[in-house]
Design a binder for this molecule. Structure first.
Ligand code: UDX
Length: 448
């Protein structure tokens, strides 16, 4: 099939490249000319396993085209995926301007045949119907809108696209339903060539729904996960007060299959490009319908408080004297395996420490460049090339991202680098007795 992908971001690029690898001809459209030029030359803008190789292979096989012109891509396309960003407004409301602009632009170039428009961007419930109405108004009757939310995680984009837990297709006409089932067949049947070695042992379940349900499934999935994390963080705070260990509790409850072992890591709260935005958006969407989402409100509040609580741990460990102190911070990405620093707990902590008058020595294996862009350096932040360098002369070392690299370090020499052997771990990377035996003062989350 001939496909257009509007918006070549974390969702659009892996989705389009995977569909191209199944033999479809894919046009990638983005307003960012620089990105388009780089992609044409085979330069992958994202740090994602397998993505660079997939891009090169598809370019070699002449299955992908990159353009900033809708007029080049849309007239040829039978299916158009909208994968543009839906950032939050200051009120938490979803800003649909990029989705609307994409629709307006593409509607100028639709061909006379019937076209399927697939909304992958996370959009408020009711958006598909609104988009459909606006197309009908301008005389485009033979277009159907499918709501097909995306659940891929950063750092695992290709893997999650090929091995999803489920595919959700929200649509009210059978023709487009068939088109989508056909496009996704290699994934559903787990029948694709060697992009990755792994395969699921059974077919991928497809959930066919209305547009509205599909739109709400995406928000509900993310909100459930943030609820789980806020829950375990709340229990961690209780555990601290009663002398229990949150890692033992996560294991003890997670083995119950009704609870499940995943997403029970206590720490500094959830961040990233999706969780904060989508949880706040659902809260706002509920409010706009006249429903007060009491639970969601608390989930957000617990998360905000968790970061502040962690900052307080650092302040307390330094006996309330942060001004003039040197603090090493390991981890600026919002989670391990990505260079993304959006709504990252590490970045927030660095900003707070600088505001309190500290000098901060920061290190991250992937995210230093992105961090440099968001952290205005006025001499208080030193970007270091190794964890060892970040620790040198510091009064304390803070761990804010759960990189394996940090777990695997030989920690013994760090006692020499640090002015004081103090580690404050926001990700519970170590067994407290193991690290204390080395002579460190060790403070973590939800544990003695
Ligand atoms: C998330 C969803 O997982 C994905 O399905 C959706 O499509 C996009 O949002 P992502 O943002 O890539 O994916 O990150 P994820 O791995 O889910 O982690 C999100 C945040 O939660 C990170 O800040 C992480 O550190 C935090 N987290 C996760 C915890 O604090 N504890 C946990 O147990 C799990």
């Amino acid at each position: 099939m001939k496909i257009s992908i509007i918006g070549v971001g974390y969702v659009g690029l892996p989705t389009g490249l995977v569909l191209a690898s199944f033999g479809n001809e894919v046009y990638f459209v983005d307003v960012d000319k620089d990105k388009i030029n780089k992609l044409r030359k085979g330069k992958n803008p994202f740090q994602e396993p397998s993505l660079g190789g997939l891009l090169e292979k598809n370019i070699r096989d002449k299955l992908v085209n990159f353009t900033d012109q809708y007029s080049v891509a849309i007239p040829k396309s039978e299916v158009i995926f909208i994968c543009v960003g839906t950032p939050p407004k200051i009120t938490g409301e979803v800003d649909l301007r990029y989705v609307k602009a994409a629709l307006e632009e593409l509607s100028k170039y639709l061909n006379k045949k019937s076209t399927t428009i697939v909304v992958k961007s996370t959009v408020p419930v009711g958006t598909a119907k609104v988009l459909k109405k606006s197309l009908v108004k301008t005389g485009r009757q033979n277009v159907s809108i499918v709501s097909n939310p995306e659940f891929l995680r950063e750092g695992k984009a290709v893997r999650d696209t090929l091995l999803p837990d489920r595919i959700v297709i929200g649509v009210d006409d059978q023709k487009s339903e068939k088109v989508l089932l056909g496009l996704y067949e290699p994934i559903i049947k787990q029948n694709f060539n060697n992009i990755i070695e792994e395969r699921l042992s059974k077919e991928v379940p497809v959930v066919l729904t209305s547009n509205e349900s599909a739109e709400l499934i995406k928000y509900a999935a993310n909100a459930f996960l943030t609820t789980k994390i806020s829950f375990i963080n709340e229990i961690a705070n209780i555990a601290e007060n009663v002398g229990a260990d949150i890692n033992e509790i996560s294991k003890g409850i997670g083995l119950d299959p009704r609870i499940g072992e995943h997403f029970l890591n206590a720490g500094m709260g959830w961040g990233g490009s999706c969780f904060p935005k989508d949880t706040r958006a659902l809260h706002q969407i509920a409010g706009s319908t006249g429903y007060l989402p009491v639970l969601l409100k608390s989930v957000i509040e617990v998360n905000n408080a968790q970061r502040y609580r962690f900052l307080q741990k650092i302040v307390k460990a330094l006996h309330e004297e942060v001004e003039g102190k040197i603090i090493g911070v390991l981890g600026l990405a919002f989670k391990a395996g990505t260079d993304d620093v959006r709504e990252s707990a590490g970045i927030e902590i660095v900003k707070e420490l600088v505001d309190l008058g500290a000098k901060v020595r920061v290190y991250d294996p992937m995210a230093l460049e992105n961090a440099k862009r968001v952290l205005k350096d006025n001499g208080d932040i030193i970007f270091c090339s190794s964890p060892h360098d970040a620790a040198k002369g510091a009064d304390a070392l803070v761990i804010s991202t759960e990189w394996d690299q940090f777990k695997q370090l030989d920690w013994r020499p760090f006692k020499r680098y640090l002015k004081k052997p103090l580690i404050i771990d926001g990700r519970n990377l170590f067994n407290p007795s193991f690290i204390r035996k080395m002579g460190f003062r060790y403070i973590s989350v939800g544990r003695k």
